[in-house]
Design a protein around this ligand. Structure first.
Ligand code: AVI
Length: 350
């Protein structure tokens, strides 16, 4: 017979989970604010209004946040395992080779035991790899997907029973602003995965400024995809297996649910191209034929070849991203990159 030895349960901190959305936090700050519109109070109504406005725009667009329903999140996980999609594995390799040096340099800026703030935390796996070297006294996971991050934190709590864990549900694409007291000393604000590239440069600057303020004299640690030959970039966003195409087309299924729309994914084609002038890979959905799409409260005709712009993924050089960090008020910038110079991990004092 197999006997299991059971160890007594360890003392655990229960993760604190704070669910916020940006309109709510702004209203708290501004007692004189106008009464909020219905869409400011109901995050779902705000998403519906945002999605419908994008479909009616000329040219039409949809925010990349509409990729990430449950299937979309799984498809993104699959993308990170593709041969063509180099960013995730290259960033991992940089941390594997230089993780100790990066942590040491970060702690030189924040002091020992910083608050570690993880933007777009998701499964929390990337930040968890820093726990051993950075030894944060608190880990704050910020993500729009509250349920996903809650599950991840509950799992992390079992592995790290002594660590103070906080989850914040927030769409920081509009504004990054955490509740008072969550960051109560120098912080290391971690934004991996080249997600900063999904912001247009003026918005990336705004987010970095907010992250610098949040770090309160600590530091920012940001993963950034770098410019490389067009063929490599376009293959990374249009893989041979069609996983990225499915990820892009799945946005239409998400809009169907959100807006009660009648998009037929088969009527649309995935397009990925490098726009060298704007230094970004763009993803679009292109109508295969003349068609009409309807949703609750709206409709639009699309001609064959007409596109919905679904994502821009900006690519930087070490010099241009360092300049952006300086414009955001950071200093003491260092960066580590892989041997091919495809991806950079930037550390900056806040
Ligand atoms: C999440 N983000 C950094 C990815 C990117 O590379 O821009 C999203 C993605 N889109 C297509 N493939 C991956």
């Amino acid at each position: 017979m197999l006997l299991k030895t059971l160890t007594p349960p360890m003392q655990m901190h229960v993760p604190r989970l704070l669910q916020l959305h940006n309109a709510g936090t702004e209203a708290e700050d501004d007692a004189e604010a106008e009464p909020e519109a219905e869409s400011d109070l109901d995050p779902n109504a705000a998403l519906v209004a945002e999605a419908a406005a994008g479909l009616l725009a000329q040219p039409a667009f949809a925010s990349p946040k509409f990729f990430y329903d449950t299937l979309g999140s799984r498809l993104f996980e699959a993308i990170t395992a593709l041969d063509e999609y180099y960013p995730t594995r290259t960033e991992n390799a940089i941390f594997a080779s230089h993780g100790a040096a990066i942590a040491q340099a970060a702690l030189a800026r924040t002091g020992a035991a910083p608050v570690l703030v993880d933007l777009g935390a998701g499964s929390c796996a990337k930040a968890a790899r820093l726990f051993g070297t950075v030894r944060p006294r608190r880990y704050v996971a910020v993500d729009i997907a509250v349920e996903f991050v809650t599950q991840a934190l509950l799992h992390l709590q079992r592995e790290n029973p002594e660590l103070d864990l906080v989850g914040v549900g927030q769409d920081f694409s509009a504004r990054l602003h955490l509740p008072a007291g969550v960051v109560d000393g120098p912080a290391l604000v971690f934004y991996p995965g080249s997600s900063i590239g999904n912001f247009a440069p003026d918005n990336a600057l705004r987010l970095l400024r907010e992250a610098r303020e949040l770090a309160a004299g600590g530091a920012l640690l940001v993963g950034v995809d770098l410019i490389k030959p067009r063929a490599l970039l376009e293959a990374a966003y249009d893989d041979a297996l069609g996983v990225t195409a499915a990820f892009n087309l799945n946005l239409l299924r998400h809009l169907n649910r959100l807006l009660a729309a009648d998009f037929a994914p088969r009527d649309w084609r995935h397009v990925a191209l490098f726009n060298a002038e704007a230094s970004r890979v763009e993803m679009h959905l292109e109508a295969r034929r003349d068609l009409q799409v309807s949703w609750a409260g709206g409709e639009r005709r699309f001609s064959a070849g007409e596109r919905i712009h679904t994502e821009s993924s900006h690519k930087w050089t070490p010099a241009s991203f360092s300049a952006l960090l300086r414009d955001a008020g950071c200093h003491g910038i260092q960066h580590w990159q892989d041997e091919r110079g495809w991806f950079g991990v930037f550390l900056a004092a806040a």
